[in-house]
Design a protein around this ligand. Structure first.
Ligand code: ZN
Length: 108
C-alpha cells in the first residue's frame, strides 16, 4: 500500500479512485468514514480522505495519471470563468449576470 494523494472531500476521493481504476490501478480511499464522525466538530487534517494504491510499483504511473487529472480539472475551471467584474475584479461564470461578490452588473 502506498499513498498517492489527498482529496478535498470524500466525493473527490472516490472520483480519483475511479480514475485510477480506469487505468487498471487498484486503489482504495481511506479516512472518509472518520470524516463523517467529526463533521460536527470540524475538519482536521487527520480526516482528509487519502487515496492509496495496492501495488507500490504503480506509484509513478499513478502520479502521472493524477497530474493529468489535476491539469484537466484546472482547465475546466478556467473555461467556466467567462467575465471579470469591473469594480471588484472577481471572476464570474456565464451563469451570473451580476457579480456574485459585489452585485455590479456584468460589464459589456
Ligand atoms: Zn464585483
Amino acid at each position: 500500500m502506498k499513498k498517492v494523494c489527498n482529496a478535498y472531500d470524500p466525493t473527490e476521493a472516490h472520483i480519483i479512485k475511479g480514475v485510477l481504476e480506469s487505468y487498471g490501478i487498484k486503489a482504495e480511499v481511506q479516512d472518509d468514514q472518520l470524516h463523517n464522525l467529526v463533521a460536527g466538530i470540524g475538519y482536521t487534517e487527520a480526516v482528509i480522505p487519502t487515496i492509496w494504491i495496492f501495488d507500490d510499483r504503480q506509484y509513478d504511473e499513478a502520479q502521472g495519471i493524477l497530474d493529468e487529472y489535476e491539469k484537466k480539472k484546472k482547465d475546466q475551471t478556467r473555461d467556466e470563468v467567462i467575465w471579470v467584474c469591473s469594480s471588484c475584479q472577481e471572476e464570474s461564470t456565464e451563469a451570473f449576470t451580476e457579480c456574485w461578490n459585489c452585485g455590479a452588473s456584468r460589464s459589456p
